[in-house]
Write a protein that binds this ligand. Structure first.
Ligand SMILES: [Zn+2]
Ligand SMILES: [Zn+2]
Length: 295
C-alpha cells in the first residue's frame, strides 16, 4: 500500500513532513531520505515468496501466512540499501555532529572493520532476534534503536514484496481479529482511519501490510472494550489520534483520514505524530516497536 502510493501523493506527504512545526528539520530530512530510498529500492525487487505456513483454517484462526526469517532477499541489493540508510544518519558537510550522526559513524566504522556484519544484522532482524542488537544498543546509548531501525527498514521493501505475493495467493479474513500481522505475525506500528465510517487499518512494522481491524480492539492484548478505549486527539493537529489500552498499557497511533483527503505513509505519519508518542509515554503507555531510531 505505502510503497505503491502515487509519486504525487508521496511527494505531498514529504512536503507535509518538512513543513511540520512538530518535526525537527534534521529528523524530517532523515526520514524523507529513508522513505525515498525504500521507494526506489522497491521498484525492481524480485523475490521468491516462501511457502505458505498456515492452512486456510489455521490462518483463519490467526496463524500468519509466511515466516519472514525464511525469506531469501538479494544480499547485494539489501546491503546497498542498508548503506544508503546508514549514510542518511550523517549531518551535512560542515554541520556539527549530533547523536544520530555519531551513532551512524560508529556503525559505519564497524561495518568497514568487519565487526558488524550487515547480513547478520538483517538475519537477526528478520528472525526478530533482539539479543543480537543488545550489545549495539549498549555501544550507542544515545541512539540505542538505530541498528534495529536500519535493519528493519532495509528489509521492508523486500518484505513488502513478499506480503504482496503471499496475499495474491491467499486472501486474508477481514477484519482481522488477531492483532498481529496476518501475513507475517509482525507487530503493528501505525494505523489509519479511512472512508465515511472510519474503517480502521493497521500497518505491520515488518512487511508494511496494511490490514483491516476491528474499530475498538487493542492489537496487543486483543481486549475489545468500546467504553474503556481512551482516545486522545490534539487541539493543534486533528490529523492523528492516540488509542491507549488500559489492560496491557499499549498504544496505537492512527492517522485520521476519514472524511478527509490525504495520503497515508506509515513511516512518515509515525514521525508526524511524534507528539503523541511523548503524550503516551507521559501517561505510562508504551509500544513494542518504534519507527524512530532513538525513541
Ligand atoms: Zn507483516
Ligand atoms: Zn491491550
Amino acid at each position: 500500500m505505502t510503497l505503491s502510493l502515487s509519486q504525487a501523493s508521496f511527494d505531498q506527504k514529504l512536503v507535509a513532513l518538512h513543513s511540520s512545526p512538530y518535526v525537527p528539520e534534521r529528523l524530517a530530512n532523515f526520514v524523507a531520505t529513508i522513505a525515498r530510498a525504500q521507494r526506489i529500492a522497491a521498484e525492481d525487487i524480485k523475490i521468491r515468496i516462501p511457502k505458505q505456513e498456515a492452512s486456510a483454517e489455521q490462518h483463519a484462526q490467526g496463524m500468519p501466512l509466511v515466516v519472514l526469517a525464511g525469506v531469501a532477499w538479494n544480499k547485494r541489493d539489501a546491503e546497498k540499501l542498508f548503506k544508503q540508510l546508514l549514510a542518511a544518519t550523517a549531518v551535512p558537510a560542515g554541520a556539527e555532529q549530533d547523536a544520530l550522526a555519531k551513532a551512524g559513524e560508529l556503525l559505519a566504522a564497524a561495518v568497514k572493520e568487519g565487526t558488524l556484519g550487515v547480513q547478520d544484522a538483517l538475519v537477526a532482524s528478520a528472525a526478530q532476534d533482539r539479543s543480537f542488537f543488545v550489545p549495539w544498543a549498549e555501544k550507542l546509548p544515545e541512539a540505542p534503536d538505530l541498528l534495529p531501525f536500519l535493519a528493519r527498514n532495509t528489509l521492508l521493501p523486500f518484505f513488502a514484496a513478499v506480503a504482496e505475493g503471499a496475499l495474491a495467493r491467499t486472501k486474508s479474513p477481514e477484519p482481522w481479529m488477531h492483532g498481529l500481522c496476518p501475513v507475517c505475525g509482525g507487530v503493528p506500528v501505525m494505523g489509519v482511519l479511512l472512508g465515511k465510517e472510519g474503517m480502521r487499518k493497521h500497518t505491520c512494522s515488518a512487511c508494511h501490510h496494511t490490514y483491516r481491524v476491528p474499530r475498538l480492539q487493542c492489537p496487543f492484548c486483543l481486549t475489545e472494550k468500546p467504553d474503556g478505549t481512551v482516545v486522545y486527539t490534539a487541539e493543534e493537529d486533528k490529523t492523528y489520534q492516540l488509542h491507549v489500552c488500559d489492560s496491557c498499557k499499549g498504544y496505537m497511533k492512527l492517522a485520521d483520514l476519514h472524511d478527509r483527503d490525504g495520503a497515508y505513509v506509515p513511516l512518515v505519519d509515525d514521525v508526524l505524530s511524534l507528539v503523541f508518542d511523548y503524550k503516551a509515554a507521559a501517561l505510562g503507555y508504551s509500544r513494542p516497536v518504534s519507527s524512530l531510531p532513538g525513541a
